[in-house]
Design a protein around this ligand. Structure first.
Ligand SMILES: *Cc1c(COP(=O)(O)O)cnc(C)c1O
Length: 217
């Protein structure tokens, strides 16, 4: 289990960047991982986890939450609008607010359930046609439309294109967040979380470096 190593590396990256210890939240991405690997991380005291699929998370986390109180669960995968009800019920944060249809459903569910997950807007920083997220120049209008619905997104999230330097993407996300007064930045995965912390990440999403490779078999 790589949890301790990752925590040490996060602390060192915070220090190098002149950031306060503990200013970066480690989201342990447990999607598709075998139960024993996840429960070992729970036993080690970690409580912040990320999942990509509503149905998978619904199957695992209610039981684990009973056994390990204090879990904070983050939705980091694409969210279908028809899963908004389940997502608001289950997750403490949703990183993938990426379109108005979803914003409307979330606003409706938040009003109905009286639960307010922390919201991040996903930005398609690489302008990739196949990738979710709004484009950078759509952000001002999207943000104000979200606010009109009563939503208060507190951060931005990105997944930089594969096989390219993530730094320009982290920098763009940071600049966009600063322009709009959003305090949270969800960026950085197993391969690049230290670079993301240097660029101001407040939430890093680390899966395989903690749990080992995922087996999608
Ligand atoms: C799976 C996933 C991660 C974790 O990826 P690793 O490379 O295993 O750290 C982070 N963010 C998102 C959006 C993911 O889908």
């Amino acid at each position: 289990m790589g949890l301790d190593d990752i925590k040490r590396r996060i602390a060192a990256a915070e220090d190098r960047a002149g950031r306060a210890p503990g200013s970066v939240t480690l989201i342990a991405v447990s999607k598709v991982q075998p139960e024993d690997r996840v429960t070992a991380v729970l036993d080690a005291g970690h409580r912040v986890f990320g999942e990509n699929y509503v149905q998978e998370a619904q199957g695992k986390w209610p039981g684990w939450r009973d056994r390990w109180p204090g879990v904070e669960l983050h939705m980091i995968g694409p969210l279908q609008s028809n899963k908004a009800r389940a997502a608001v019920d289950l997750f403490d944060a949703i990183h993938t607010l990426d379109r108005m249809t979803l914003a409307r459903k979330l606003a409706q569910q938040i009003a109905e359930q009286g639960r307010i997950p922390q919201l991040f807007i996903q930005v398609n920083t690489g302008d990739e046609p196949q990738k979710a997220g709004i484009l950078a120049d759509e952000l001002p209008v999207f943000l104000s439309s979200c606010r009109d619905l009563g939503l208060s997104p507190q951060g931005l999230m990105c997944i930089p294109p594969e096989d390219c330097d993530p730094l320009p993407h982290f920098r763009l996300l940071r600049a966009l967040a600063a322009d709009h007064g959003l305090p949270n930045l969800s960026m950085g995965m197993s391969a690049d979380f230290e670079a993301a912390i240097a660029e101001g990440a407040t939430h890093v999403r680390v899966g395989s470096a903690i749990f080992g490779a995922r087996d999608y078999g």
